[in-house]
Write a protein that binds this ligand. Structure first.
Ligand SMILES: [Mg+2]
Length: 233
């Protein structure tokens, strides 16, 4: 029987070109030697998948002065989240009266300093493109990410027929298909790819304690990313 290896993405398989967060799908570089190790596991018949927290897709309340160029944000008013939609920030100027003018891809807004706005650091579409790019670098065909901070949703990204396909699901928390929640340290992103299959060993590889805790919660073995990358055999 094969083993299942579930890899965290950032800090485990790939890193951005500069310190900080991945800024675009192409801003992801494989750690040295990772591809050879993955190819060897694949040639031995093991199953590989990626599981990544992408909480930057969720709406975060920030002061207007903390908006960043190129980020996405939404406006919350009495009606709920404005248009249920997001805008990409093109430019931000502050005037002498402490007002912040935000030019976006589809509309412009003015805020007082400190006025809370809801912001996404990346869109779901952006995160999907990021997962696809990273998985292609790795030769991996199956990836998952948790787009919300509450861990209730999961996005599955799969390569078949030479194309990428994705699916967004938010199962009821009572359903067995919620797998105890999807945002690591919750175990769902590890349990979902293993559901219905038998493996000799199920192993999570990650660089953060939340990865290790997700492994414990899912009943997986755990290997630190650095140990995996530096292993001689
Ligand atoms: Mg990581």
């Amino acid at each position: 029987m094969p083993n299942l290896y579930v890899f965290d993405k950032d800090g485990t398989l790939v890193h951005p070109r500069k310190d900080g967060y991945v800024e675009s799908p192409e801003d992801q570089v494989l750690y040295e030697g990772v591809r050879d190790k993955l190819d060897r596991l694949r040639s031995e018949g093991h199953v590989l998948a990626i599981a990544s927290n992408q909480g930057g897709c969720d709406y975060h309340e920030v002061g207007a002065e903390r908006l960043l160029d190129g980020s996405s944000f939404a406006i919350e008013d009495d009606e709920g989240i404005f248009a249920g939609d997001f805008f990409t920030v093109l430019s931000i100027d502050t005037d002498d009266h402490g007002l912040i003018n935000v030019e976006t891809s589809s509309q412009d807004f003015t805020f007082s300093k400190g006025e809370p706005v809801l912001m996404q650091y990346k869109t779901i579409e952006g995160a999907i493109a990021e997962m696809e790019f990273a998985a292609d670098l790795c030769g991996i065909r199956e990836a998952y990410f948790a787009p919300t901070m509450d861990g209730k949703s999961i996005v599955s990204v799969n390569r078949s027929d030479s194309k990428w396909h994705y699916q967004i699901e938010t199962p009821s928390p009572e359903s067995k298909y919620s797998f105890g929640g999807f945002r690591k340290p919750q175990p769902g992103m590890l349990l979902m790819p293993s559901y219905g299959y038998k493996y000799d060993r199920r192993i999570m590889i990650g660089d953060r304690d939340s990865d290790r805790q997700a492994a414990i919660a899912a009943g997986f073995e755990f290997i630190w990313a650095e140990v995996f990358r530096n292993a001689q055999e």
